[in-house]
Design a protein around this ligand. Structure first.
Ligand code: ZN
Length: 255
């Protein structure tokens, strides 16, 4: 059985469990496996949350988002695609100039679980190097597109010098709806120390119809940051949150 098939088999088996059994299995798997095969999905912080934006930069969003983040005086983590960075190098530089954390989401949005181990190591090593040259920052974190990960692709990321960052709360901002609904759903499931997944844009999926949303992502972020502050939390980049409060790790395998 290949690594990819094993991931699918485990994923299907986990999804057949009742929620209670799944929760117990998850606790067991993380206790045993996370020290060896962990992906970061939170921290021990009681005051910070990490808000993360994937798939950018994007000219219709990034400049407005950066202005909003300056207003709120917060720094976040951007999981960027190199295809977008090459197209819009000035946007990448603007994110860096504002002091945000840059992390890797991929050259493009492919699932690296489809690559043989050696090619996956090369793909990630080269992407990390290019992003470091573009930003002048050390790149520490990688989030696989779709959260798709096998044991081999996790190992490839580690070999390339990257730690995998997943999320504790999916903002589900790929579903088109009212801004208030996105914010309320996110806040209902986000805990202190958590990592929230959001998007600057949605990279079209070649295997499915491209998701399209019409709500205003700047408005969404503004309301979200107000609610985060109202809870007494501070928004922080992943790197500073986990270095201050310690990373939480989970065994994250998805087809
Ligand atoms: Zn993505």
């Amino acid at each position: 059985m290949s690594g990819k098939d094993l991931t699918s088999t485990l994923w299907d088996a986990a999804n057949r469990l009742t929620p209670d059994a799944r929760s117990k299995a998850r606790t067991f798997v993380d206790t045993v496996g996370a020290p060896f095969l962990g992906s970061i999905n939170g921290s021990g912080s009681r005051k910070d949350v990490a808000i993360t934006f994937d798939d950018g930069p994007e000219p219709t969003v990034t400049p407005h988002l950066l202005a909003l983040l300056r207003e709120h005086n917060v720094k976040l983590t951007f999981f960027v695609l190199l295809t977008q960075c090459r197209r819009y190098p000035e946007l990448l530089q603007a994110i860096v100039a504002d002091g945000h954390e840059i992390a890797l989401h991929g050259v493009d949005h492919r699932r690296i679980t489809g690559l043989p181990y050696g090619l996956a190591v090369d793909y990630l090593s080269n992407a990390k190097l290019e992003l470091e040259q573009l930003t002048g920052q050390k790149i520490n974190f990688y989030r696989p597109p779709y959260g798709s990960q096998s044991v081999a692709s996790w190992n490839a990321a580690r070999k390339a010098g990257l730690q995998v960052v997943a999320w504790s709360c999916d903002g589900a901002d790929w579903v088109d709806r009212e801004v208030d609904s996105v914010v309320a759903d996110s806040m209902a499931r986000l805990n202190s120390g958590g990592i929230l997944l959001l998007h600057e844009r949605l990279e079209p999926d070649p295997q499915r119809d491209a998701p399209k949303t019409t709500f205003n992502r700047i408005d969404m972020t503004d309301r979200l940051l107000n609610q985060v502050a109202a809870k007494g939390w501070a928004a922080a980049p992943v790197g500073s949150m986990v270095s201050e409060s310690g990373a939480k790790r989970t065994v994250w395998l998805r087809p």
